[in-house]
Each structure stands twice: as structure tokens, then as C-alpha cells.
Design a protein around this ligand. Structure first.
Ligand SMILES: O=C(O)CCC(=O)C(=O)O
Length: 283
């Protein structure tokens, strides 16, 4: 992790995975807005991340590629995902839940000779949640949501300005909203491969407000003018580092990657159950 400038508008903590207990129950601090982000360093060894990245590069195991185009090889040359997000999936969500099942088994295969990704993330969230149960949401038919997506940004690719509370305006969130409080969701991602330069997560001092969204509509990216003149911080976790931040209420983007090393991350969102103590994660 490169050094970050401290800012009073972005309350941030960074610990090594071996000191995870120092973050016990820190989700309460997120809720109380006394904490905006944490980085947990070395959740996986850097060398293992290189091996995982090599598999991703070879498309092994053969994850579902999004966007879905006639020539998957071509899709893999540009910005793409392994898996599919809730908002990108066709509206009846049957494809989403089918892809989710395949993703979970491919993800187990991807991490087969190391600590299982989903199990490790769950165990981390359990500590951060002070012992709350951590669960994957399921639809009324019992099908599991996507636990994460793998995001692949080749040279020059970026993720434009957005604020994840806006996601809840999407019609595909109708069921999930009955399960957990998506209105103050946290964002998390594990860096698998970092580009030589660029690819930082840039967070802005501007906070989300209801009135930022036009007639409660979902928009993929917000106009950059919304953060003009705002303070910002660039965070660049290294391979094996996990970041969790208040992406629901903090405007953020991913800066364009530079050089010939792509940016690979795996991640999703985390929110509290509407009833009971559980935490839910999805993508
Ligand atoms: O870097 C990533 O994988 C995504 C970052 C992001 O925009 C988010 O978590 O909302």
C-alpha cells in the first residue's frame, strides 16, 4: 500500500491481516460515521496473487465474461468482468442467478490451492462485524446472489465517478432491499494485480445525498463536475490487500490504469440485515 495522506474528511485505518482483531466490531464505527475506510494488508501473500492473476489472464477456470458479445476473446481485450453484477444482468434475473452459481464454483477452483476466497472474506467480515453471522443473500427460490465479481481493467481503462447508494434505485434491487439495508452499503475489493501506475481508487470529500439522484433513477456513472473543487485522496492497495470503504455514501472512481499491467480486483458490497444481526455480501 502506498502511503496515503490523512484527511479529516476520510477517516481511515490500515492494519496487517495478522492484526485483524484491531478492527473487531469496526462496522459500528462505519455506521456511526466515525470511520470511512479500512485497508487490511496481506490478506493473501503477494506471490499467490501473482499465481491467481496468471490464471485470470488465461481465463482459467472459464468464468462467465461480461459484457456478453459474439466474440468472447474480443470482450476480454477491453474492460470486462468475470461474473455479472446485479444491475448489469437482464431484468428477470434468471441469468444472474445461474451465473452466480457458476461463479461460486469457479471461484472455489481459482483459489483451490490457497485459502478459499469466500470463506476468507466471510471470516474477515465476521471479525469486523463483532461476531455477526455473515451470509450470502438468497432469492425466494433459494438461489444465491453473486458473492463478488472480478473486475479487469486493461491499460487506459477506468471506473467513472459513482456513489453506490445510487445502485438501490435499480429495479433489480427490489428483492435485495427486503433483505438488507442497501442504503448505507459498504464497498470492498481485494487487489489481485496492480497496474504499474494509475488504477488508484480516488475518494472525494463529497457525500451522497438523496437530491443527487434524478427521480430516484439508477445511473452507471455520475458527471465528473459533481466533484469539481472537492478534496480527494488516491488509495492504491497492493496485491493481496483488501479495502473496505463507505462507497455507498462517498463519491469515488478508479483512475485510468497505465502501463501494460492490467488491474484485477475481486469484490462486492456489504450491508446489514433489515431484521436480525446478519451481514450480507453480494455483487
Ligand atoms: O476497484 C474495484 O474493484 C471497484 C471499486 C468501486 O468502484 C466500488 O467498489 O464501488
Amino acid at each position: 500500500m502506498e502511503p496515503v495522506a490523512r484527511a479529516d474528511w476520510f477517516k481511515f485505518r490500515s492494519v496487517d491481516f495478522t492484526q485483524l482483531d484491531a478492527l473487531e466490531d469496526c462496522l459500528d464505527a462505519f455506521t456511526a460515521r466515525t470511520l470511512d475506510g479500512v485497508v487490511i494488508r496481506r490478506v493473501y501473500p503477494e506471490e499467490y496473487m501473482r499465481e491467481i492473476s496468471a490464471r485470470i489472464e488465461r481465463h482459467e477456470p472459464p468464468f462467465h465474461v461480461f459484457p456478453r458479445v459474439a466474440d468472447p476473446l474480443r470482450a476480454r481485450q477491453g474492460k470486462h468482468l468475470y461474473g455479472i453484477t446485479l444491475v448489469a444482468a437482464p431484468r428477470d434475473l434468471s441469468e444472474y442467478f445461474r451465473v452466480a452459481e457458476g461463479f461460486r464454483s469457479h471461484c472455489r477452483e481459482l483459489f483451490l490451492d490457497g485459502a478459499d476466497y469466500e470463506a476468507r472474506l466471510k471470516s474477515i467480515f465476521e471479525v469486523l462485524g463483532g461476531g455477526r453471522p455473515v451470509e450470502l443473500p438468497r432469492n425466494p427460490d433459494g438461489q444465491g446472489y453473486m458473492p463478488a465479481t472480478i473486475r479487469i481493467l486493461p491499460a487506459g481503462a477506468a471506473i467513472d465517478l459513482h456513489c453506490d447508494n445510487n445502485l438501490s434505485h435499480h429495479p433489480s434491487y427490489t428483492h435485495l432491499k427486503t433483505v438488507c439495508d442497501v442504503n448505507d452499503q459498504l464497498s470492498f475489493f481485494l487487489t489481485l494485480n496492480a497496474p504499474g501506475s494509475g488504477g488508484e481508487l480516488v475518494v472525494y470529500s463529497r457525500r451522497w445525498s438523496d437530491s443527487d439522484d434524478v427521480e430516484t433513477q439508477y445511473v452507471v456513472s455520475k458527471d465528473a463536475s459533481m466533484v469539481e473543487g472537492c478534496e480527494s485522496l488516491a488509495l492504491k492497495p497492493g496485491p493481496g490487500d483488501l479495502i473496505l470503504f463507505a462507497g455507498g455514501r462517498i463519491y469515488h472512481r478508479v483512475a485510468p490504469t497505465e502501463g501494460n499491467r492490467p488491474r484485477y480486483t475481486i469484490g462486492g458490497f456489504l450491508a446489514r440485515a433489515n431484521e436480525g444481526r446478519a451481514l450480507y455480501y453480494w455483487s
